[in-house]
Design a protein around this ligand. Structure first.
Ligand code: TXA
Ligand code: MG
Length: 351
């Protein structure tokens, strides 16, 4: 296949010719990768079953994992969902455009390819100006998973998209790095109580301010089991290196991490550490490869840098990554979720 065409686009000064070109590709049934505020998405016309099958082929994504439908605004909800409960409108009012995905009863125009044959549809309105402009210009709902190969780290930069999908998709809009860095929060409104199926860019706490208690789906379901949200499979968002996550009070956690890192190093392994900035001095002078995602109290930075930091460790050629946890408050829950999945469930709890 020929290399993917890349169009550089400045999110602050959007060149409408480029947007129209990309919108034409979508309307013609092609695949366009584009920046959202969370991660890059791989878009196709959500009403075109053939085009949607192209997404699954390009990503090598199994057909049982449904896609999120992206709209330019909440006024288009009725086109994709057959019933929009008042709570959905309330959430849309507060959080859209933004990193919140709502699971609603599927509307009749959405082909089964999008929903993996299910009777629900996941919908969101992205806040990124390039995503907004593209969806408006296309004039159709846009189905878009993250623009990576299935199971790999999500892409937060155009180069990450190309590393996985060059030659497999028609067009890539390069709008620079994505500001949030973790995917949207997926919230089901078809369960008895609103339930977070995947923690993400909108925190549980901010949802609870509006909704009262919100359930969080218990952590990774094993592959093969029927998952309520198939993206909750463990062994997802994975770097090439094997990853082990450490949870617990900071001092004990760092001591355990250091001990294990030195043991593995002694056994001949190339060991990488995924840390907070303030942890770095604790490991100074040791023969370990260290990367910090940001200060532990600045979870927005940590979330933004999460995937690029894991990629940097992969690029440094480490075989094992020992990662520290960042707690469950705010964006910490999404960071923990991604690290737990990258670890395939291998979590060490120190006390
Ligand atoms: O931030 C995001 O959500 C990014 C950007 C591109 O919008 N998209 C994204 O898509 O992360 P994807 O396909 O990588 O993850 C979508 C998640 C998966 O865990 C999938 O199983 C879940 O949403 N999902 C999609 N439709 C669903 C449905 N009808 N019911 C339950 N879960 C659903
Ligand atoms: Mg994904």
């Amino acid at each position: 296949m020929k290399p993917t065409r890349v169009l550089k686009i400045d999110p602050q000064h959007i060149a409408t010719v480029l947007i129209h070109e990309a919108a034409d590709v979508l309307r013609a049934g092609g695949l366009v990768a584009f920046p959202t505020e969370t991660v890059y998405g791989l878009g196709a016309n959500a009403l075109d079953a053939q085009a949607v099958r192209g997404i699954f082929a390009a990503k090598e994504r199994p057909g049982y994992d449904p896609l999120i439908v992206h709209l330019a605004g909440a006024e288009s909800l009725a086109e994709v969902a057959c019933r929009v409960p008042p709570v959905a409108l309330m959430l849309a009012e507060r959080f859209w455009p933004g990193p919140l995905t709502l699971v609603l009863p599927r509307g009749p125009r959405i082909p089964p390819e999008v929903t993996a044959g299910g009777e629900t549809v996941a919908v969101r309105v992205p806040a990124h100006p390039v995503a907004q402009a593209l969806i408006r210009a296309a004039g159709v709902p846009v189905a878009a998973p993250s623009a990576n190969r299935f199971g790999r780290l999500s892409p937060t930069r155009a180069e990450d998209v190309l590393a996985d999908l060059d030659g497999r998709i028609d067009l890539l809009l390069d709008g620079g790095p994505t500001p949030v860095g973790v995917e949207s929060t997926v919230l089901s409104l078809v369960t008895p109580r609103p339930t977070i199926l995947r923690p993400g860019g909108v925190s549980r706490e901010s949802l609870e301010l509006l909704l009262g208690r919100v359930e969080v789906l218990a952590q990774p379901v094993r592959p093969q089991e029927v998952a309520p949200s198939p993206g909750t499979l463990s062994q997802h968002y994975a770097p090439r290196a094997k990853l082990i996550l450490y949870e617990g009070p900071r001092d004990a956690l760092l001591a355990a991490l250091r001990k294990e890192a030195l043991r593995l190093h002694g056994a001949g392994a190339r060991v990488g550490l995924f840390l907070a900035s303030e942890d770095l001095p604790f490991f100074e002078g040791l023969p370990l490869i260290m990367r910090a995602a940001g200060p532990a109290r600045d979870l927005e930075t940590v979330a933004r840098q999460l995937f690029t930091t894991l990629r940097a460790l992969d690029e440094a050629g480490v075989e094992v990554i020992l990662a520290r946890d960042f707690g469950a408050a705010g964006l910490g829950l999404a960071v923990r979720d991604r690290l737990t999945r990258a670890a395939g469930g291998k979590v060490v709890r120190v006390t």
